[in-house]
Design a protein around this ligand. Structure first.
Ligand code: FUL
Length: 679
């Protein structure tokens, strides 16, 4: 009887005394940071004077007359971003060259003196309105460094900078993020001084008195910078956060542009003093600004997906840049890449397979914090452990064995970032195997692992800064990314074929023959066409094919070249210089050729594209015959594979001579080959 009474009392107290929430583990996010973290994916637009000067960092001496987009359409930018699932757009209102995309009252170096819309245009206005129309947030990038301004480096410039900030934050509606670049100080035009100006990066901008302007005019806007205030740089421009990424940062030890930032601070610190989460910025092309010569270098779908998983999936937001072109539009290639990425993200997360299954956790804090909160699709509700439990196990048991390859976990970050170490286990036929050993979770952690059919999944939290509090556990089965594989033939005639996803099978055929499974590199010392595709069960990807010339194993170059092997390694990304202005190849034996191919260098910072050429052949290496002469007319804009064809000729030596390069620099080359008649 007494026992029963005790039980009633206990139940009664449980019913009347709600379980209190876990105490916050400091630091914790502000309201504006909490709202920002839910955006996850938004767009950067680099469009400004550099778009027209074909530069990345204009010197500051450009003329407003150069800014003349022919079809500028901010609604197209907004539509493209919206359709890609982005939540906002941040525009380079002013980059380091100082040109302003809005008619600032404080400078003549702006759109108001450009031919665009006869000086009546305002890109900030157009974009802010387009964002509103498409339900996107609107943000501004304002470069602290200004290579145009005569007073850069003096206190007067800081007043100018602040005045501009006021204009941007007053005239264009709500702003969700203000982006300050860490690059500042160096050579520049500076009103005609043409000199180098260094500033004290810590003190010059007097940030403690600049940031309040933002708080005053746009209290909900987050401030981005190396040191925050609110959002920090991820420390690289690849769009990758880190397997261990803390939102906590020792903010007072950091300042914008500090040299050791990337190595020491960018992944955050477990015991960081302030909540300053990471934002991963990356461009969809090699450059931030549009360059026609990068039209064929838009990132591939596997690359973009890797970026997505390594940013959004590693406790960072993704800021993906679109270099709007000189028409004023997002280029067709970028649109296509973005659409493919958006479709794949949708496909990978089409169905959360967790709800409807049984979830349990030990220990559990009590009523209101049960494990079922992990599956209720409500970020505000969460599972938590009692205060003194820093370890815990969550188990999701499937009704039937389920194939999956993604796990999503989210901490309830309003209470601070807590989890320090965890493991993921899967159960097959009654026995458990470890799937992953990890560290941090943060706002969102997405794990990719090889597909497996399991009857249960277990998350073991091994260590935490405070009692774990998780909002979400979700599992998915992402379909394979059936991207065409890469086929390479190297200098030794070895062919290798690689798939973007190592889990996939690769099949290939030689010269239209039967397809066979690819296991390892093989020798192929002859000319022909290799075709390959990736597959999984009955799913088959698109084919890739590579046409290759004769064996090159015996080829030799006459000139002494530092990186000679790179010209024949089959890799488009490697390159060599031709200091003698020509490439003379001994083919090892006489053969009939009917042309040559030249791939210009493909690295980010290009130089030495051959514009005017001559091709000569010889049977003995002494007497030469010219077989072709001409120009690669569009190479500066489009440095794709160039071919030169001529009447079939038998020779043992072939020479490719550069008569002029686009920039008068030493010619460069990524790949060289000869074309032979079809047998
Ligand atoms: C860098 C800048 O210098 C680049 O030009 C670009 O704007 C990038 C987002 O940040 O630091």
């Amino acid at each position: 009887m007494q026992r029963l009474l005790l039980l009633f009392c206990l139940l009664g107290s449980l019913a009347c005394n709600p379980v209190s929430p876990p105490a916050p583990v400091l630091p914790i996010p502000s309201e504006r940071q909490l709202a920002w973290q839910e955006l996850e994916f938004y767009g950067f637009v680099h469009f400004n004077m550099n778009t027209f000067s074909n530069m990345e960092w204009g010197f500051g001496d450009e003329q407003p007359s150069q800014f003349n987009p022919t079809a500028l359409d901010c609604r197209q930018w907004a539509r493209v971003c919206k359709e890609a699932g982005m939540k906002g757009i941040i525009l380079t209102a002013k980059h380091h060259d100082g040109f302003c995309l809005w008619p600032s009252a404080y400078t003549e170096h702006s759109v108001k003196n450009s031919p665009w819309k006869e000086g009546k245009g305002d890109v900030l206005k157009d974009l802010s309105e387009a964002c509103q129309e498409y339900g996107l947030k609107f943000g501004v990038y304002l470069s602290p460094w200004d290579r145009n301004h005569a007073e850069y480096g003096k206190p007067e410039y800081v007043s100018y900078f602040r005045n501009q900030l006021r204009e941007l934050l007053t005239n264009y509606g709500e702003v969700f993020e203000v982006w300050f670049d860490g690059a500042n100080g160096g050579t520049g035009y500076y009103g005609g001084a043409n000199e180098e100006r260094r500033v004290d990066k810590k003190a010059y901008y007097d940030w403690p008195n600049t940031f309040p302007i933002i708080r005053e005019l746009q209290p909900q806007a987050v401030i981005f910078g190396d040191a925050g205030l609110d959002v920090r740089w991820v420390g690289n421009e690849h769009g990758f956060a880190y397997p261990t990424t803390w939102s906590n940062l020792m903010r007072d030890s950091v300042y914008a542009g500090m040299p050791e930032y990337a190595a020491r601070y960018s992944s955050g610190q477990e015991n960081g003093s302030h909540w300053v989460p990471a934002e991963a910025d990356v461009s969809i092309r090699p450059g931030w600004y549009y360059h026609p010569y990068e039209d064929h270098k838009v990132k591939t779908l596997p690359h973009l997906m890797d970026i997505f998983y390594k940013s959004v999936g590693q406790n960072a937001s993704l800021l993906l840049n679109l270099p709007v072109d000189d028409r004023g539009l997002v280029h067709e290639h970028d649109v296509a890449a973005l659409q493919a990425m958006a479709a794949k993200i949708k496909e990978d997360f089409a169905e959360d397979l967790a709800p409807g299954n049984q979830v349990a956790a030990t220990p559990e804090r009590g009523r209101g914090y049960e494990a079922t909160r992990l599956l209720d699709n409500n970020y505000q509700t969460y599972w938590a452990t009692p205060d003194d439990s820093l370890q815990a196990t969550i188990q999701l048991a499937f009704k039937a064995p389920t194939s999956l390859n993604r796990l999503v976990l989210q901490e309830y970050t309003a209470l601070g970032q807590r989890v320090k170490a965890f493991e993921v286990w899967g159960q097959t036929d009654g026995s458990w195997h470890k799937i992953a050993t990890e560290t941090t979770i943060g706002y969102k952690r997405i794990m990719r692992f090889p597909e497996q059919k399991i009857s249960a999944i277990k998350v073991k939290i091994l260590d935490a800064k405070g009692s774990p509090a998780l909002s979400k556990l979700a599992v998915y089965h992402a379909p394979p990314l059936l991207y065409p594989p890469r086929i390479l033939r190297d200098r030794e005639d070895m062919v290798s074929i690689s798939a973007a996803d190592e889990q996939l099978e690769v099949y290939y055929s030689l010269d239209g023959g039967e397809f066979v499974r690819y296991e390892a590199p093989f020798s192929y010392p002859q000319s022909g066409t290799i075709t390959a595709y990736v597959a999984k069960a009955d799913l088959k990807g698109l084919e890739a094919s590579l046409k290759i010339g004769p064996s090159r194993a015996a080829w030799q170059f006459k000139e002494k070249l530092e990186n000679a092997n790179l010209i024949l390694d089959g890799k488009t990304e490697t390159w060599s210089e031709l200091p003698a202005g020509k490439l003379t190849v001994d083919l090892g034996k006489p053969m009939t050729i009917e042309g040559i191919s030249y791939l210009p260098m493909q690295a980010r910072w290009i130089k030495g594209f051959v514009q005017a050429y001559t091709v000569e052949v010889s049977l003995n290496g002494r007497s030469w015959q010219k077989v072709a002469e001409g120009e690669f007319a569009n190479i500066a804009r489009s440095p794709v594979l160039q071919t030169v064809e001529f009447a079939p000729t038998t020779c043992r030596w072939v020479r490719f001579v550069s008569r002029k390069t686009i920039d008068d620099q030493v010619p460069t080359i990524a790949e060289f080959d000869v074309l032979i008649p079809a047998s």
